[in-house]
Design a protein around this ligand. Structure first.
Ligand code: PLP
Length: 610
């Protein structure tokens, strides 16, 4: 069953529709089974088929190869492709013009079965020649890759595909056969490439590599930030890049200024409109006009007042939802995102512990009070992520109840992180934590939302942080730690976290507290898996980055103590993040990949500004 969601855009005269699908049984109830007294079987078929769209698989950057998930991907793909073809045929007679009228962008590999599905419809149902159908298919599809993490890449067992979608498997075999012929022709004598590039991996159990299928079946392959697009070219799809360099491009992500500024932060939106007009809502580069106010005393005062009032309303939310007091006069230091080891919420937690020890050791009434807020969901089966949440909560209980430190340091874990909470949190933030291990975060969009709302970033050279640095300038961001190449080199040399622990007094003390159950007195050994990971393999290089991170946090405090300096940084972050509008991103997809031009839809009555 189709459900159309209206997408009105902003100040436009037309409304697009987003078509969503829900699995609905064609037969509610089987009366034959019912009449024989088999009540379960009478409704079993309905339950089984409607289950296909009942759940969104909750993993973030992790592939779980369940049969129900493959059925779900296929149902959604098949409904969409059949619907697209039906609509095309209603207004067009020549199927050869399909790629001129239709562009299909694969949002990751989850819908990559659309490639063999379109081939099936054209070859089996429309009686087309294979090579014509393939030409239409590759000119229609574009593929956006969202991660290079190996554990996130979809690889479906061939046996499962054979059982569920035997015709699609035949088509995938044919696609692969033709593809490998092209590889052989392009790289004669390179037999090694044939098994390396094969869409079907044949070492042990056979799998279908969906990223390879998507790359072979599309005319465009893009990543979502400059660094990530380079890693796609140089690692995951390097052989494909050598075969088809012209397919590869970058489309840096963006966020919509209507939600992430105007709706979420109406106070700041109004101040900005007073200063530079309201053009920024449709052309975010116009925020550049704020640069001339960066050191204006009156403007700075208004800027700080708005940030303070956002902190007060966040304090109300936190009080109502958590019954916890939040001090609006403290520096609001926020890390909100899905809980994942590569995002390093644990590094933030270790810093908090080191700050706690530092305050206890040297009390100083002039110290900057800091409220550290962590929020994010863990996938239900991700045990280590849940243990990290537990550690953060246990650290919070000790730090928040210590009278020697709690006027300077508070820790708060907010459950149920979601867009509506993000809309309250982000405008109130002073500091944005974007501290993933370099090379692991494809882009990030949270980083952009914070910068747009005048939070200053502390972050690594990862994902779109690199482009935020390029835009705001190095004096307006706190960058620290290993870059992507450093991480690779360190791992190749044989990374030993104990080397970094031995070098750092502060890190030793923090690790000793975790290793001796200081945060788990009631449940000895609870955090042993975390301690052993960090002192053993430390796959995400927390130990190697710790000292640089703590130094960057000291530089943050120094800058924050100088109100004028901090406010200037905050204003310049907003003024210089026009690049990170989703309008720019979508414009680039339209012109570089879909080959569509904008059309103005005239209206007899101009819509009024709400
Ligand atoms: C923007 C957003 C994200 C993505 O955050 P990252 O820091 O880029 O991982 C996740 N969840 C919610 C609710 C968001 O609004």
């Amino acid at each position: 069953m189709a459900y159309d969601i209206p997408v009105p855009g902003y100040m436009t005269n037309n409304v697009n529709t987003l078509r969503l699908w829900s699995a609905k049984a064609s037969e509610e109830f089987n009366l034959d089974y019912f009449n024989t007294g088999d009540y379960m079987s009478a409704c079993e078929s309905k339950v089984v088929s409607e289950n296909i769209t009942k759940v969104l698989y909750p993993n973030d950057n992790f592939f779980e190869g369940r049969e129900l998930r493959l059925k779900q991907e296929y149902l959604l793909v098949s409904a969409s492709i059949q619907d697209i073809l039906r609509r095309f045929k209603a207004d067009n007679s020549d199927i050869k013009t399909f790629p001129d009228k239709v562009a299909i962008q694969l949002n990751d590999t989850h819908p990559a079965l659309a490639i063999p599905e379109l081939m099936r419809l054209m070859v089996d149902e429309e009686d087309m020649e294979w090579k014509d159908a393939w030409d239409i298919t590759t000119r229609t599809f574009g593929y956006t890759n969202h991660t290079v993490l190996p554990e996130a890449l979809e690889e479906w067992p061939l046996s499962l595909m054979a059982k569920l979608l035997p015709r699609h498997l035949e088509i995938i075999y044919m696609i692969n056969h033709n593809f490998l012929k092209e590889v052989a022709a392009c790289f004669p004598g390179r037999d090694d490439l044939l098994s390396r590039m094969s869409i079907i991996s044949e070492n042990g159990e056979k799998y279908i590599r969906m990223a390879y299928l998507a790359a072979a079946g599309s005319h465009s392959v893009n990543g979502v930030a400059e660094l990530h697009s380079r890693l796609v070219r140089e690692t995951l799809l390097n052989d494909f890049y050598k075969l088809w360099p012209e397919k590869f491009n970058n489309k840096t992500n963006g966020v919509t200024p209507r939600r992430w500024m105007r709706a979420a932060n109406p106070g700041l939106a109004a101040l900005i409109t007073d200063a530079v007009g309201d053009g920024w809502l449709k052309d975010l580069e116009m925020l550049r006009g704020l640069e001339e106010f960066a050191e204006d005393e009156e403007f700075q005062n208004q800027w700080r007042e708005i940030k303070l009032s956002c902190k007060h309303s966040l304090a109300d939310v936190v009080w109502n939802e958590e019954w916890v007091e939040l001090h609006p006069d403290s520096m609001i230091d926020v890390q909100v995102k899905r809980i994942h080891e590569y995002k390093r919420q644990l590094l933030f937690a270790l810093f908090i512990v080191s700050k706690y020890l530092e305050i206890k050791r040297s009390p100083d009434p002039r110290r900057v009070p800091r409220t550290c807020i962590i929020g994010g969901k863990a996938a239900p089966g991700y045990v280590r992520a849940k243990l990290i949440i537990k550690l953060i909560n246990n650290i919070a209980r000790i730090v928040n109840n210590d009278p020697a430190t709690n006027s300077f340091l508070k820790v708060l874990f907010l459950p149920n992180y979601r867009v509506s909470l993000a809309e309250r949190l982000i405008p109130a933030a002073d500091l944005s934590e974007q501290i993933s291990t370099a090379g692991k975060e494809a882009s990030g969009t949270g980083n952009m939302k914070f910068a747009l709302n005048g939070a200053v970033t502390i972050g690594t050279l990862d994902g779109a942080n690199i482009e935020i640095l390029e835009e705001v300038g190095k004096e307006n961001i706190f960058i620290f730690g290993l870059n992507q190449e450093d991480v690779v080199n360190l791992k190749n040399r044989g990374y030993k976290p104990e080397v970094y622990i031995k070098k750092s007094q502060s890190l030793q003390e923090v690790m000793r507290l975790i290793g001796t159950d200081y945060f788990s007195t009631e449940e000895p050994g609870l955090f042993k898996p975390i301690y052993e990971e960090l002192t053993g393999s430390d796959a995400y290089c927390l130990m190697a980055d710790f000292d640089a991170y703590v130094s960057a946090q000291s530089a943050v405090e120094k800058a924050y103590r100088d109100k004028k300096c901090w406010t200037k940084m905050s204003i310049l972050n907003v003024a210089r993040c026009g690049k990170f509008s989703s309008d720019r991103t979508i414009r680039e997809y339209a012109s570089d990949i879909w080959n569509v031009e904008r059309v103005d839809i005239p209206s007899s009555k101009k819509p009024e500004l709400l």
